[in-house]
Ligand binder design. Structure first.
Ligand code: OAD
Length: 246
């Protein structure tokens, strides 16, 4: 059921309106209309650079300056972007619901800029850096950074982006917050927006969150690994669909 049919959009609108408890999962597609490239779509980061050269602990150990140049360029690009109507619609949804949680795979802070507060960044945050010696995390919003790679102000050790790389486990405190939300009670609707859902944990969280009685709604211009398990598939841009749905 695609939202080429207004019927699907209307159905989704009714479900979301009636829901008391809402779980939203977002990926790079939600920031696309703000001008941030995705990873796997045409023009995406992983279409232009091998992720194993910039997004693994091994790449960082081999050449921290090279990895940092890539992240510094991403940070500099993100410095001037603003939330789009999709981020804004999600923030309004949070404000109107008793129980709400947003899991994002995005490392930008566009959801927070739009007003979201019940949020976990399970792949970390690009505006935070972490000392590789002591694990100390600090926010540093300077872009470009004055020195690459940055050094820990406490011990002088190398700092890395506080993001999750390939071969690493997802951010544990964030995952625990998501688990607590899922365990705290029934979820009426799960919205999966702008992600390929290529990771197993994303698919299983979405399906688990829906449970036996909730609805799983996907908002994405294309097919994804999760599409066949969705109850409604709204095919189009999040920034256009979400404001009409909420
Ligand atoms: P992907 O680049 O894999 O997928 C982006 C998704 O967004 C695709 O399904 C697109 O069809 C969809 N999309 C594009 N424009 C859209 C729009 N305007 N509205 C709605 N959807 C749109 O990005 P993710 O699924 O987020 O991880 O990727 C997940 C993770 O893989 C990222 O967090 C990153 C990457 O490797 C790490 O770096 C650890």
């Amino acid at each position: 059921m695609d939202n080429a049919e207004p019927r699907a959009l209307e159905q989704a609108r009714e479900i979301v309106l009636a829901a008391r408890s809402v779980f939203v999962m977002t990926g790079a597609g939600v920031s696309a209309e703000s001008g941030v490239p995705t990873f796997r779509s045409p023009g995406g980061f992983w279409r232009n650079i091998d992720p194993y050269k910039v997004a693994t602990p091994e790449a960082f150990a081999a050449d921290p300056a090279f990895v940092w140049e890539w992240y510094d360029a991403r940070r500099t690009q993100l410095r001037d972007v603003r939330p789009n109507p999709a981020h804004e619609a999600i923030a309004r949804l949070e404000a109107g619901k008793q129980r709400f949680f947003l899991l994002t795979q995005n490392v930008d802070d566009l959801h927070e800029q739009a007003g979201s507060s019940k949020i976990s960044h399970i792949h970390g945050k690009i505006w935070e850096v972490r000392c590789v010696n002591e694990g100390r995390v600090r926010e540093d919003r300077r872009a470009p950074l004055p020195q690459l790679p940055p050094r820990c102000p406490h011990c002088g050790g190398l700092e890395r982006p506080h993001v999750v790389w390939f071969g690493e486990t997802i951010d544990e405190p964030s995952a625990e917050t998501v688990e607590s939300f899922l365990e705290a009670g029934r979820i009426d609707v799960v919205l999966v927006i702008g992600t390929e859902s290529s990771f197993g944990y994303i698919q299983s969280w979405a399906v688990r969150a829906r449970g036996a009685t909730g609805a799983l709604i996907e908002v994405n211009p294309g097919e994804t690994a999760l599409s066949r398990r969705a109850d409604l598939r709204l095919r189009g841009k999040a920034g256009e669909i979400l404001p009409r749905m909420m």
